[in-house]
Design a protein around this ligand. Structure first.
Ligand code: RAM
Length: 528
C-alpha cells in the first residue's frame, strides 16, 4: 500500500482546548549556542570520488576568509564541523572599485555533501522543491550584515556569487551559526561503552536526537520540521535513555490528544505554527502509536494525571482501529487509512499491520488495567482472537515464517512485527528470527532506519543479541562510514541514491526515527 499526499478535507476536527493548554504549558525554552565554521571545504571532481558523500579540505584558510573575495560564478563552502540546527549570519563587504551593481548571492545549506553535488534545478520529485535549503539574495548596499530569517539544518554553507560587476568583488567575514535545541549534551548521563564502533553509533544517535528536539520532537529539522507520531514514539524511547526530557514528551502527547477527529482518529502529524493545526493525513499504525507512546511514557514516569487525561483518547483510538477487525481476528486494512511500516513499497504490509495492532492492544491493556477499565475483558478477548488468527492462519509451520494471507508472501517486516508483538514465546521467536536471517539477510528492499530499528529490536527481543549488534553496526555504522554526523531518514545500503521522494536532495539527513541506537544500546546493552 503506497502513501503520498492525502487530502481529507471532509474531516471534522475535535479540538480539546484543555488538553492543548497543557501542551502549551510544556513549551521548552530553546538553548542557543554560537558556532563558528571550523574550515573551508571543496568538491572533489567526479572521476576522483567514489560517492557523492566526499568533500576535501580546501587549501584556503577560514581564518583569512575575508581575503578570498568572490566575483561572478565563484564560491566557497564553509564547514561548521558538525551538524547544527539554527540561524546563519555573515558580514559582507565590497572590495575594489565602487559598487556599481547589486550583489546577487546564492546560499545553500547542506546537511551532507551530496546535497552540494545535486543540482536543485534537476529536482523533479513529488515533494515540494521549497524544502531545498537554498536562498537567492540581492544586496544593493555593502557593507552589510546578512541575517537570514529562516532556520536551517546543516553542516555546510555554500556561498556562491552569481554576480557582482567586473569592477568589484564580495568579501565575507564573521560567519556565525546560532544553533538551537531544547536540550544540551551536558544533560546526558555518563555512560561507558567499551566497543568503539557502538560508541560512535551511540554518539551520532544522541546528536541526531538533540538536533530534532526543538519546541516539539521534530521528525527532521530540514524536512518536515514537524511532529509525526511514528517518529515521536521512537524519539521518546531514545530520550528516556538519554536526555530524559519528560516535559517535551508530555507536550507532544497532549498535542495529539488535543487534535483528533470527532470519531477519535488521531492524525499522523500536527503543525504548531502559525497555530496548532492537525494534518489531514492518517496512518493506521501511527494512530495506534499514540497508545503505545502513552504506555511507554507511563512506564517511565508513572504520571497518573496524564494517564487520566489521555486514557479516553487512547481508548477511542483503539475502538476505532478495532472496527476493522473481523470476528475471527483478521485485521482488514483500507486504502483510506493505510499502514505505513516503511517507505518501501516492495513488500506487503498487511501482516505487519496485524502485528502492530496486537502490539498496541497489549500496551493499551496495561493502561486499561491501570485505570480499572470496566470493559477490560472485551479488549482481552479481541487480543486473544487476533493472536489466534495470527498463529493459526498467518503462520506457516513448514516455512517457520509468517505469511501474507492473500498472496503467501513472506517478508521481513511480517516476521519482525510479529516477534515484537510477542504472539509466540521467546524460543519460538528466536527460531523465526533465525529463519529470517537465513533467508532474508543481507536485507534488501527496506528503505528506512525506522524499519531497520524494528528488525534490530526484534533480534534483541528474541535472544539474538549477536545478530542485533552486527546489524546495528552494519547499517548505522555504514552511514558513519559515509560521513554521517547525524543519522538519515532513508538509507538503503544496496542503493545509496535511494529517496522516497524522487531525489536524495529532498531527503532529511538528521531524522528522528534514525536515532534509536541510543535507545537500543541503552536498553539492551548498558547496565542500568
Ligand atoms: C515523512 C517523514 C516522517 C514520517 C512520515 C511517514 O514525511 O519523514 O518522519 O513519519 O513520512
Amino acid at each position: 500500500m503506497a502513501f503520498t499526499f492525502q487530502i481529507n478535507d471532509d474531516v471534522v476536527w475535535d479540538y480539546d482546548e484543555n488538553l492543548l493548554e497543557k501542551a502549551d504549558s510544556n513549551i521548552p525554552e530553546l538553548i542557543e549556542t554560537e558556532i563558528q565554521p571550523i574550515g573551508l571545504v571543496e568538491r572533489v571532481p567526479a572521476d576522483k570520488r567514489t560517492t557523492d558523500f566526499e568533500l576535501k579540505a580546501s587549501t584556503k584558510n577560514i581564518l583569512t576568509l575575508s581575503d578570498y573575495a568572490l566575483g561572478r560564478d565563484e564560491s566557497l563552502i564553509l564547514d561548521l564541523g558538525d551538524h547544527y540546527v539554527g540561524q546563519f549570519t555573515i558580514d559582507i563587504d565590497s572590495v575594489g572599485s565602487p559598487m556599481d551593481a547589486p550583489l546577487y548571492l546564492r546560499l545553500k545549506f547542506a546537511e551532507v555533501p551530496s546535497e552540494l553535488y545535486a543540482k536543485s534545478e534537476d529536482y523533479d520529485g513529488w515533494l515540494s522543491r521549497s524544502w531545498i535549503q537554498e536562498e537567492y539574495v540581492h544586496l544593493d548596499v555593502l557593507p552589510a550584515t546578512l541575517q537570514l530569517p529562516r532556520r536551517y539544518s546543516c553542516r555546510y554553507v555554500e556561498l556562491s556569487v552569481i554576480d557582482t560587476s567586473p569592477k568589484w568583488k564580495a568579501s565575507f567575514s564573521k560567519p556565525s551559526f546560532r544553533a538551537k535545541s531544547s536540550v544540551s549534551l551536558e544533560q546526558l548521563p555518563s555512560v561507558t561503552i567499551e566497543d568503539d564502533e557502538l560508541k560512535g553509533i551511540y554518539n551520532v544517535s544522541v546528536k541526531t536526537l538533540l538536533d530534532c528536539m526543538q519546541t516539539v520532537f521534530e521528525d527532521g529539522p530540514k524536512r518536515d520540521r514537524r511532529l509525526w507520531l511514528g517518529d515521536l514514539r521512537l524519539q521518546a524511547l531514545a530520550n528516556y535513555y538519554t536526555f530524559d526530557d519528560l516535559s517535551l514528551v508530555k507536550r507532544c502527547l497532549y498535542l495529539f490528544a488535543g487534535m483528533k477527529t470527532t470519531e477519535g482518529k488521531i492524525p499522523a502529524n500536527v503543525f504548531t505554527e502559525p497555530k496548532l493545526t492537525p494534518d489531514d493525513t492518517f496512518l493506521f499504525d501511527y494512530s495506534l502509536f499514540f497508545v503505545t507512546s502513552l504506555s511507554d511514557y507511563l512506564e517511565h514516569t508513572d504520571d497518573q494525571d496524564t494517564l487520566e487525561h489521555l486514557y479516553p483518547v487512547a481508548k477511542k483510538a483503539v475502538d476505532l482501529a478495532l472496527k476493522q477487525v473481523e470476528e475471527n481476528g483478521r485485521l482488514v486494512l483500507t486504502e483510506e487509512w493505510p499502514v505505513f511500516v516503511d517507505w518501501s513499497n516492495d513488500f506487503d504490509k498487511t501482516t505487519a499491520g496485524q502485528a502492530i495492532l496486537i502490539y498496541s492492544l497489549k500496551r493499551f491493556l496495561l493502561l486499561a488495567e491501570a485505570v480499572n477499565e470496566s470493559d477490560v475483558n472485551k479488549y482481552r478477548q479481541v487480543l486473544n482472537t487476533m493472536i489466534e488468527f495470527s498463529t493459526h492462519t498467518l503462520f506457516d509451520e513448514n516455512q517457520n515464517q509468517f505469511i501474507v494471507e492473500a498472496t503467501n508472501e513472506v517478508n521481513v517486516a511480517s516476521q519482525v512485527w510479529m516477534v515484537l508483538a510477542e504472539v509466540f514465546d521467546t524460543p519460538k521467536n528466536k527460531k523465526i528470527m533465525e529463519t529470517t536471517i537465513a533467508n532474508h539477510f543481507p536485507i534488501k528492499g527496506i528503505a528506512t532506519p525506522y524499519m531497520y530499528h524494528h528488525v534490530v529490536e526484534a533480534l534483541f527481543l528474541s535472544d539474538c543479541q549477536t545478530e542485533a549488534i552486527k546489524l546495528m553496526k552494519e547499517y548505522w555504522g555504514k552511514m558513519i562510514e559515509l560521513g554521517a554526523d547525524t543519522f538519515w531518514e532513508a538509507f538503503k545500503p544496496e542503493d545509496l541514491d535511494f529517496s522516497p521522494y524522487g531525489s536524495p536532495i529532498l531527503n532529511s539527513y538528521c531524522h528522528a526515527w534514525s536515532c534509536t541506537p541510543a535507545y537500543l544500546i541503552g536498553k539492551y546493552l548498558l547496565k542500568k
